[in-house]
Design a protein around this ligand. Structure first.
Ligand code: KG4
Ligand code: ZN
Length: 342
């Protein structure tokens, strides 16, 4: 089954064609993020205006890359939330229009469910992930831990109480004078620094939940920079801050694995899952508990993309065909917890 996925929840205009939730035929993306680099954030109206411009060319690009015609597409999946409303509307309106004109079924997908499916991209039946899966989904907008026994069954077991992990990377980068989005820049600087140079606290350590809190680490960085005599090595600060953020993420994952001893695999998804230090620390944890570690096979599957939406749409259709309806609402603050069955 070939699904055309559309994702426009933030600054990206992305279209992909994926077979059976795993085999990526095309994964086109046009991002306006560079236009927002100096602003350390996205201007919603401007992002939506650019998406309107990019939408049709990106669809044409994906069809061309896959060597396909609209007749070869079996269904359309689109992100229906959460995200910036104007941006989401560009995607969902386009998807509705295509579904009507091409006469295809339409599947509304939760953006985070897309991230949770991103570890299936590029896998085949022989090496597909095995449930129960614990997934840390960490990006600029969310930081959650999900425990799932199938694609559509499971629950949220940890969430951030303040900032998202990606936001903590981005704000830290901005304090260090690095460009937006800051995660990759901190990682690049950190690779040359000493992670033990500046000790940071470990938030919520010993807390009985699997929740996260990043605001304290951000404040620690602010005071460190205020009080530090110049000159100092930015790479040492970047390495110590990156280590603090990753150590917190892995400490909460450890709690999750202990609470769910039947876990077979731990997955890292979302923009922050591209972080090598996080992968390294999680790999030791997985080794300790004898569970499989997975993260998206390509870095372009970590950050927002449409292949993951096409994949999630496929699994949603396979597991719960009766719940798939073209009659969905586009929602800026859509809850995944309500979408998943216990
Ligand atoms: O999933 P994503 O593309 O968009 C959202 O849905 O937010 O994630 C973007 C976030 C940004 O905050 C960015 O700084 C972070 O992911 N990020 C990274 C890395 N690459 C991207 N954070 C840490 N290390 C990286 N290598
Ligand atoms: Zn995302």
């Amino acid at each position: 089954m070939h699904i055309l996925g559309i994702e426009t929840s933030c600054d990206e205009t992305a279209v992909a064609i994926v077979k059976d939730g795993t085999e990526v035929y095309a994964n086109s993306i046009s991002s306006s993020v560079l236009q927002f680099e100096k602003l350390a954030g996205v201007i919603p109206e401007e992002a939506a205006r650019l998406q309107l411009e990019y939408m049709i060319p990106v669809i044409q690009d994906a069809l061309k890359a896959a060597g396909m015609q609209p007749a070869d597409i079996d269904a359309i999946a689109v992100t229906r939330g959460p995200g910036l409303l104007g941006s989401l509307l560009v995607g969902t309106t386009t998807a509705r229009m295509l579904a009507a004109i091409w006469q295809k079924p339409l599947i509304g997908v939760h953006h985070t469910l897309g991230h949770l499916s991103s570890t299936w991209l590029g896998t085949g039946p022989a090496n597909a992930p095995v449930f129960p899966v614990l997934t840390l989904s960490a990006s600029g907008g969310h930081t959650d831990i999900w425990y799932r026994t199938s694609h559509m069954h499971g629950s949220l077991i940890g969430r951030t109480r303040d900032d998202a992990a990606g936001e903590a990377f981005d704000k830290g980068a901005s304090m260090l004078g690095l460009p937006y989005p800051g995660g990759p820049h901190i990682a690049r600087m950190a690779a040359e620094g000493n992670e033990k140079a500046y000790p940071f606290p470990l938030p919520l350590h010993g807390d009985s939940s699997c929740d996260f809190s990043f605001s304290g680490l951000k404040t620690s960085l602010k005071y460190l920079l205020r009080d530090l005599p110049e000159p100092f090595a930015v790479s040492d600060i970047a390495a110590s801050y990156e280590h603090a953020l990753c150590r917190h993420l892995v400490d909460r994952l450890r709690k999750a694995v202990e609470l769910h001893p039947d876990t077979r695999e731990v997955h890292l998804v979302g923009g922050v899952s591209a972080n090598n230090h996080l992968r390294l620390l999680t790999s030791s944890l997985c080794h300790e508990y004898a569970v499989t570690l997975r993260y998206p096979l390509l870095n372009m599957y970590c950050t927002d993309n449409a292949a993951m939406i096409a994949s999630a749409g496929y699994f949603q259709l396979m597991e719960e065909p009766e719940t798939v309806t073209a009659n969905f609402e586009t929602e800026a603050s859509l809850s995944l917890q309500k979408t998943l069955a216990e």
